[in-house]
Design a protein around this ligand. Structure first.
Ligand code: PSV
Ligand code: MN
Length: 386
């Protein structure tokens, strides 16, 4: 196989998971702007996700958030997804929207609150059993706002105890993915603030526990690709929540704020052997002011473009320059790949996959946007938090 053929083959196997909540309404604490045609239940979210997969060919799974996507029959929902050509992906837990969780969930000082949160997490594993999902994605809003508010060390002990119980409930082929975030909603000390804390807990738990890197969950200027390289080296990178940030956890389209950073991350993924089924490439985004389905299509394309560039890096030339200490040449090799216009290559790949070369145009021409505006009237629109 020529090198270009190998790059194309790799691009065809790509899988980007889209989040059910990105199809619903979302906003800031100032305003949630409702959009016409927005899904009213998990099935309608899946129907929208099927449109994204139909035009990109690389978005075959959808992440669910519980209880936002609560249904009576999860096996039936999985079957519905299958009929649409999709599969249900990671099950995301939610221990942050109940009044009981004001001072935390599995790190709370009150054992009754910890029990309630743990029961929810165990319920999420039951849901995985029904849907066939392999990944349980845990993010905890737990933390404190003021020094002295609670014992930082004890909160870690409670966290470890809770995680161990959930870990023990995992079946064969199921994983626990622990996500970190440096602040918000807690403003002083978050209980899983960084990759080091997530890594330490996952290491203790065992092989089925891995770290999730949400690209929006770092302080400005953080070298995320270094974290990615390190986690891959340790065999502990479970996946990504892709999005973009300008200021904090903005949840904008991946690749919108800093496409160069996305390329650098994808290069470390490729270089570190993480491009494959063991690392989950998920989006975690909110489309507050832009139309949602096209924004998700654009996001998937942005990930594809960064991946194509990463795959195009001349690794041999790079290794030679690095070995020779040729700083400028090494940097030039990397930048050559980054500066390649990969859109024609991806258009070719899509053609070979039997897809339209232009996913955005294909969606526009499909008539789906007008159809859902016409059909989805009445009922309660889905939204972030519902
Ligand atoms: C927290 O900010 C987070 O990134 C977690 O992944 C949540 O589950 C998700 O956002 C909800 O959008
Ligand atoms: Mn996330």
């Amino acid at each position: 196989m020529t090198e270009l053929a190998a790059v194309k083959a790799a691009l065809k196997t790509q899988a980007v998971e889209t989040p059910s909540w990105a199809y619903g309404n979302s906003g800031t604490r100032f305003k949630v702007f409702a959009q016409q045609g927005v899904p009213r239940d998990p099935r309608e979210k899946l129907a929208d996700a099927a449109q994204v997969h139909a035009v990109t060919g690389v978005a075959p799974t959808v992440a669910l958030h519980i209880p936002w996507d609560k249904v009576d029959d999860y096996a039936a929902l999985a079957k519905y997804a299958e009929d649409l050509g999709l599969r249900l992906g990671a099950i995301n837990s939610n221990t942050f929207q109940d009044d009981d969780y004001k001072l935390g969930s599995i790190c709370h000082a009150d054992p009754a609150v910890r029990r309630k949160a743990l029961d929810h997490l165990l319920e999420c594993v039951d849901i995985m059993d029904a849907t066939g999902s392999t990944d349980l994605k845990l993010w905890f809003a737990d933390g404190t706002n003021y020094p002295g508010q609670d014992d930082i060390r004890e909160r870690q002990d409670r966290l470890a105890e809770g995680l161990a119980e959930v870990y023990g409930r995992l079946g064969d082929g199921q994983r626990l993915l622990l996500e970190y975030k440096f602040f918000e909603p807690a403003f002083y000390a978050t209980d899983v603030p960084d990759w080091g804390t997530a890594y330490a807990h996952c290491l203790k738990l065992g092989e089925k526990a891995q770290v999730v890197v949400d690209t929006g969950h770092h302080a400005p200027g953080t070298n995320i690709e270094f974290i990615v390289a390190t986690l891959l080296r340790e065999g502990k990178l479970g996946g990504f929540d892709f999005n973009s940030r300008f200021y904090a956890d903005d949840d904008l389209m991946v690749g919108a704020a800093d496409p160069f950073q996305l390329f650098r991350i994808m290069y470390e993924v490729v270089r570190g052997g993480g491009y494959g089924p063991d690392v989950a490439f998920m989006l975690d985004q909110c489309h507050n002011i832009e139309p949602k389905i096209p924004a998700i299509i654009r996001s998937v394309m942005n990930v594809q473009e960064a991946t194509a560039k990463a795959l195009l890096v001349d690794r041999e030339a790079l290794a030679v320059a690095q070995r020779e200490g040729d700083v400028l040449e090494a940097n030039a090799v990397l930048m050559d790949a980054y500066n390649t216009d990969v859109r024609p290559l991806l258009a070719e790949v899509r053609g070979e996959m039997g897809l339209d070369a232009d996913p955005m145009g294909a969606y526009r021409r499909s008539g789906w946007a007008a159809k859902i505006v016409e059909e989805r009237v009445g009922g309660q629109q889905a939204g972030w938090g519902a």
